[in-house]
Every structure is written in structure tokens, then in C-alpha cells.
Design a protein around this ligand. Sequence first.
Ligand SMILES: CC(C)(COP(=O)(O)OP(=O)(O)OC[C@H]1O[C@@H](n2cnc3c(N)ncnc32)[C@H](O)[C@@H]1OP(=O)(O)O)[C@@H](O)C(=O)NCCC(=O)NCCS
Length: 379
Amino acid sequence: MGYGELIIRSYDAQNDRGRVEDFERRCEVGPAKRVFLFTDTLGDPMCRIRNSPIYKMLVAELDSQLVGVIQGSIKLVTVHKPPNDLAKVGYILGLRVAPLYRRRRIGLSLVIKLEEWFIANDVDYGYMATEKDNEASVKLFVDKLGYAKFQTPTILVNPVGHRRFRISPNVELAKLKIEEAESIYRKFMSSAQFFPIDIGNILRNKLSLGTWAAYPRGESWGEVPSSWAMLSVWNSGELFKLRLGNAPFSCLMYTKGSRFIQKLLPCFKLPGIPDFFHPFGFYFIYGVYGKGPLSGKLVRTLCRFVHNMASSKSKDCKVIVTEVGGSDTSRLHIPHWKLLSCPEDLWCIKALKNEERENLHELTKTPPSRALFVDPRDV
Ligand SMILES: CC(C)(COP(=O)(O)OP(=O)(O)OC[C@H]1O[C@@H](n2cnc3c(N)ncnc32)[C@H](O)[C@@H]1OP(=O)(O)O)[C@@H](O)C(=O)NCCC(=O)NCCS
């Protein structure tokens, strides 16, 4: 059977918004047989990339039909490789091809076109995240496009209940000013892999609800406590909502945000699980850091504080999510339900410049113990 020419072009909000939303609605996705997950991008299909410094969405058309989409964003981050530790990275997300048009190289063509845009913008490395067992995606990126497996972070998910957690009276909590949070992150976390140099923009973004520190009561924050911990909170629910439904067709953005949420599907009937049938949002905890012998306990207290904040202040925040490096021990202290969490997310990376190809080997063998900064804009 004959097919017309595949056209890949930039997303044009005026003409494509409705078509992309419709495309997403028509896509049948998700492992569950009868229950489906809807993503509501609140009328803006580019909402997930709009907070990044540079971003682009491409659409693929065949015989005037929309058959695929992809999004990308670019930023400058810490990446451990000689001679310096800074690199421009391009993040690939939201790749999807209409089921009837799969295995026709449309996905491949979309990624190649996005890589061309990265290269035109002087990007050193392209990277993407996927579920370890998404065979189509892993084969496409690793086998076909030469991406290397790079990190296997852990996504931790905790449902928000009505019950408030008790905050230990031995712990002092303080909300940090943005400037202070920025300077502490720069001092202690700037060597973490993928630490974004525009951290200040993240902290100043209206989706950032704040940064909190915890330390033992009786000590002074100004004099560097014997143990302390900090984290920041991002309100992803302002960007898009999720909802379970029984419709025959639905669409799911294959994103980190929705990969973890798919874990909810088999257990949505369990007692104690909030009602996921009405649109709901989630908080993303980022920049978890602790120092000193009590830092684990302090991280736990901060997470409980965030739970209480979600439970009392947000009408629709039903889960709290965080993502930390595979060997980051802070995960032991972050409250989560194993059932809902994803122990091994898979990040893959590719050098887009000849001179970076040699560094890639160094980079992919970086000890997994090195901290990883998961940018809330990548969720
Ligand atoms: C992943 C996805 C985008 C691939 O799109 P596609 O247009 O079907 O892929 P292509 O035809 O370009 O495939 C290129 C290569 O990828 C690999 N590949 C793609 N789909 C595959 C599958 N289902 N099983 C095994 N390998 C697959 C193959 O190596 C293929 O080359 P080949 O056909 O010569 O063997 C598509 O399956 C999809 O939309 N999936 C749901 C959303 C998703 O998972 N997105 C990825 C998020 S990172």
C-alpha cells in the first residue's frame, strides 16, 4: 500500500493544538485492560517543556494526518567529564507514534529531526528516560540510535492521605529564601550529575512552592547545625492533571510523570488509596540533600511536612513523587509505597559531537554513587 511523504515540522499552536490533543485522546495506551489513564494538559500540549530555557515540539504528518509527536528541551548542566564539567544537554520526551503507523520509521525520523535541532543549538549530549521494560523505546534509542544506558534512578511515589503526619518536636523546620536556597544548592549540589546551572530559574518559577530545611531543635541554622537536610517542592499539578477512566480509548503521555502513575493502575482499588477517578495533580520533591548523622531522619521529617502541606493546602494533590539516583541512600528515608514506586527508571544518553564521543565512555562509567539532580522541569 502506498503512503505519501512523511512531513516533520515544528508544532504550530494555532493550527495544531486541537489536533495534538485529539491525537493524544485517540492513542490507546497503557497496560491495563479496562481502566485507562487520561492526561489533561489543560489546553497546552507544550506545557511540560515550556518552563525550560529552550524547547521545541515536532509533529509528524502523513497524508495530512497527524501520526506522531516529540518534544525536546535544552539546558546547561553539570556532567562529569574532562576537561570541564559543564555540558549542554538536550532532553527528549513525549515521543509517541499513532498505533496504526508504528514500525514505519516515524519514531526514528522524529528523534533524528530533534537531534538535528539539538546539534544546530550546539548541544553536547542528547538524553531520554524510559521504563526499563519499554522494549520499543529501548530498542529504538539503544539499538537503532546508539544511545548508551546511563543511569537507573528510582521513582518514589507516596499517596496523599487525609491523616496528617506527626512532626517530631525535636526538629526545627525553616522555609528558605530563594537566594539562600540557590546558594546552598550551588555550594553542596553543583557537583551532582545533571545539576542545572539555571537552578535560580527553577527556584523562582511559580511552580516551585518553596525550599525547606530541617535541623535539630536547639541548634542554630545560621551556625551550621550538626545535621541538616533540605528539599524543594514543585507543583506539577499546575501543569497537567491525571485521571483514571473507563473509556475505550485514552491517551497517556509516556513520560516520567505518567510512567510512575501507571503503577497505580493495578492497585487503585486498595483501601487507603485516594480517589484517582477525578482529575488530580501531584507534587514533585527535588533537590533532596542532607548532611550529618541525623540527616536521614531530617529528610523523613521534611517529606512528612510536604505530605501535610499537600493534604491541607492543595485541593487536588493526590500523590507526592520524587526521583533520586539509583544508589542515593536518601531513598531509604523518603516515605513511599513500594507498590506504586519504580525501582529502576532508565536514562540513556548519546554524544552529539565528535569530541564528546570519547567522554561518553567516561560518563557512562561514573560511579552510580555520585548524586543525581533530577530537574523538576524534566518530569
Ligand atoms: C516507541 C515508539 C515511539 C516507536 O515508534 P515507531 O515509529 O513505531 O518506531 P520506528 O518504526 O521508527 O522503529 C525504529 C526501530 O526501533 C525499534 N522498535 C520500534 N518499535 C519496536 C517494537 N515494538 N519492538 C521492538 N523494536 C522496536 C526497531 O529497532 C525499529 O527498527 P526496525 O523496524 O527496522 O526493526 C512507538 O512504539 C510508540 O509510540 N510507543 C508508545 C509511546 C512510547 O513508548 N514512547 C517512548 C517514550 S521514551
